[in-house]
Design a protein around this ligand. Sequence first.
Ligand code: ZN
Length: 473
Amino acid sequence: MSIERKKLTRRQVLKSGIAASTFWAASQMSFKPGGLMAYVPDNPKGERPERDPSIQVLHPRKRIPLSFIIDDSTCLVNMGHYCMPQFAAAWPKREIYKKPWKTWPREIPDSFVREFGEWCHDNKVKGKYSIVPNPACVGWLDRDLPGWSRKDLQDSLKLVRELMMPDWDIHPEMITHTRVIDIKTGRPFEEINAHTMENSFPRKKISVDYLASYLEYALKILKNCDLPCEGITTPGGFGSFVKSELGLASYQSVKRVFNPEIPHYFKYVAGGKESTEPMVEHVKGLKTENPQLVVNIPAGTGDWFGGWDGDLKSQGHKYSNDDATQGRMVELIERGDPAIMLCHWPGMYSQGTLEGYKDFQRVVKALNTRFKDSTQWMKLSTIARYWACKELTERKRKENTLFLNAPFSCPDYTLQTSYGGKAKPVWEYKDQKKPLQLVQKSSELKEGTFLQEGNKTILCIQLPKGKSKLTLA
Ligand SMILES: [Zn+2]
């Protein structure tokens, strides 16, 4: 294993075209600390408030968050077809880029986006859907997409806004996902090599400012398309040499362009026994009205639905078999960790056979049947909000009263604490006062209810921003 390979992150390996299955098998083996597969989330965490250890924050409504991260999606352009020759030009020795891309469809049609989006909505699936703003340099989504009419492009953007956005966070996956753009001129740099490809950029340390302006450039194009974003996705190994700077640059750029409360980003894949919990990074000014923070949300699976180019055989059983007793998603759910699955859009379409999509449907049906009462599908922004409030809400206890001070509001906020007697919890916020209603099993937990499990009391509230309190009896 060369030094170069050791520095690759999981996603770089996935994106570099090494079969995900091989990669995954490798990741199940043990490695020396700091070796190839170790995913060490060591970005600065920043501030944390006082958190009484006797009050634990559980998953929202005591359900394990599920989500689906879709990379390499955009309007109409099949990134498998268009990226392949550009990757081959930058890495001429790599056999994996010598595939017959000319025989593959150039388009992933909106009829498929519609079918996919409607099916996911009916089956409650939520997640993240990339929109690459200048996909493989084909055209600019806020201007024109050569090869399609202006109306085709407008209709496609409208479909994303109306059908996808309610259930999916939209992220730019940088500007082109292929060539690095000179943001002073808007043109790709002249040389073609690893230094000028987004999925391996930058090859050396660069400043947070420069990185943030690059991300901002991508975000602004989506803003022009009326596609609001609360986060970004890195293409492949983008930012691998500047991990901490990337977190900060994600915060700055998303904040500057869209100003959401809680920016987030997706870059990493946690494997094996590594935690899949999101990480709340670079926290500053927690006591102010507008704290700085960014949530780093890792995926927990490889891409086994057909690969980034849509040319691999789908192996959906690796996420879950048909009765949801085996597979990586099952493993994560059973151990109680967020289970976020990953794929690439060309792999869903599978060059028109829809093989990856059909496999995905089987996986969702299996998970939604066996784990119906113990999981819930969430957008990445909702997961980011939950973890921000899990990590950053001050939690104090004085006898039977819990005092909360939250930097943000949060739906389905679920706490567990021990209490000797029969609790009769009352929630108070400003001049409102509400008793919580007792439910008999955890599947019935929702905002305004509580559950008694032995000497543990589990409470679910709509957490308001600022100070509130819960009195147990
Ligand atoms: Zn990608």
